[in-house]
Ligand binder design. Structure first.
Ligand code: BYC
Length: 328
């Protein structure tokens, strides 16, 4: 407590002051204590966090679209209610994350503008189509499963607001993953046509899901800094490997195959070996040329325009409240 209080003491603005601030930041990192919005932080740390958290927020919001596509066509009232709640949760995750990113000095309007102008990234995975109901189940099982694998270590991220948002997000995501698995299990216990539909969806999503973890460690531009700063705790390749190891057993329970002839247990490594990822496809998708990039951005722009009156009304409401004399 006393050392925390010392942290808050003002330091004069000078080269010596900067060195002292950096020293305190480094000590905080070494002690495994979180950085909070009011704490001094190096500019590069702030920028890296803002980049990652805003991309993450955009992913949650754009990620509502592929599944949202099935709300009006869900096969039963129960499945429709579940899917509505799930998609709504994803929108909520986006909001927690925009709020966390705002503590780093960028407004939500700026971040949303960057997304709509095509300047900001969001996860590659949401640029793939959902042509069948089984795609909804596979998104829950594999996409949410990969997201959880990636996000659990972020619950220990060095930046407090991001870490705290991740704890809540991960709790909700684990329900999402189970609902996807449950949906697929029901289909696998159904007709031959349903089983074929599940297998087709797994075949289409498997490789794009492996790309969610980002480029391999040797190609990852930001990993070294992010690991040193305690933003990322586990590397892209290690998380991908952990995901493959977990997914194989789950696929067996479901009774589906995974579309990789090179997938096999390596007793020496204690992990599954798997085939090569098509990094050209990954690069194409993240640079705007995936199967649904244009469609996704067009849908976000249309939703943003359609919601303009809500933002105007909310702004007017808060202006009126602020101008009202305080009640006794
Ligand atoms: N897609 O140096 P690297 C969800 C970019 S949504 C697009 O390894 P970093 C859900 C990367 O941004 C949850 N871009 O970067 C919602 C960088 O480009 P810039 C989504 C990617 O940041 C609805 C460049 O490649 N989860 O759960 O250290 C329904 C070099 O990469 C991707 C998150 O967002 C990609 N897959 O590591 C269902 C998790 N991969 O910025 C489910 C939070 C890499 O230099 N994010 N890039 O232009 C992270 O953990 C990290 O940002 C990444 C990448 C692991 C993704």
């Amino acid at each position: 407590m006393y050392t925390q209080a010392l942290d808050q003491l003002p330091i004069e603005h000078s080269a010596q002051g900067d060195a002292l601030r950096q020293q305190r930041f480094d000590q905080r990192m070494a002690a495994g204590r979180t950085v909070e919005p009011q704490d001094w932080m190096p500019e590069a740390y702030r920028k890296t966090l803002l980049r990652q958290i805003s991309q993450h927020a955009h992913s949650e919001v754009v990620g509502m679209l592929p599944e949202g596509n099935w709300i009006s066509r869900a096969p039963s009232l129960e499945r429709k209610a579940i899917l509505l709640a799930k998609v709504q949760d994803e929108g909520g995750h986006g909001l927690y994350l925009y709020a966390a990113a705002e503590t780093l000095g960028s407004s939500r309007e700026e971040m949303v503008d960057a997304l709509l102008a095509g300047r900001a990234k969001y996860s590659s995975i949401f640029n793939y189509p959902t042509p069948t109901w089984a795609d909804v189940g596979v998104i829950g099982w594999l996409v949410d499963g990969a997201a959880i694998m990636n996000q659990i270590p972020l619950c220990r991220c060095s930046y407090g607001p991001y870490a705290r948002a991740m704890i809540r997000v991960c709790r909700e995501e684990s329900f999402h993953q189970r609902q996807g698995f449950d949906l697929l299990l029901a289909m696998m216990r159904g007709t031959e046509a349903q089983r074929r539909m599940v297998q087709g969806a797994v075949d289409r999503w498997w490789w794009p899901v492996l790309m969610m973890f980002g480029p391999s460690d040797t190609e990852s531009a930001h990993s070294a800094n992010s690991m040193a700063w305690g933003i990322k705790r586990i590397s892209n390749d290690e998380l991908r490997q952990r995901f493959v190891d977990a997914a194989v057993a789950q696929a067996e329970v479901l009774g589906v195959g995974l579309p990789d002839p090179e997938l096999r247990w390596n007793a020496e490594r204690g992990h599954y070996d798997f085939g090569a990822i098509d990094w050209d496809e990954f690069k194409r998708v993240i640079s705007g040329d995936g199967p649904c990039n244009r469609e996704r951005l067009a849908a976000r722009r249309a939703a943003h325009e359609a919601g303009a009156w809500v933002r105007e009304a909310a702004a007017e409401h808060s202006r009126k409240r602020a101008s009202r004399p305080h009640a006794a």
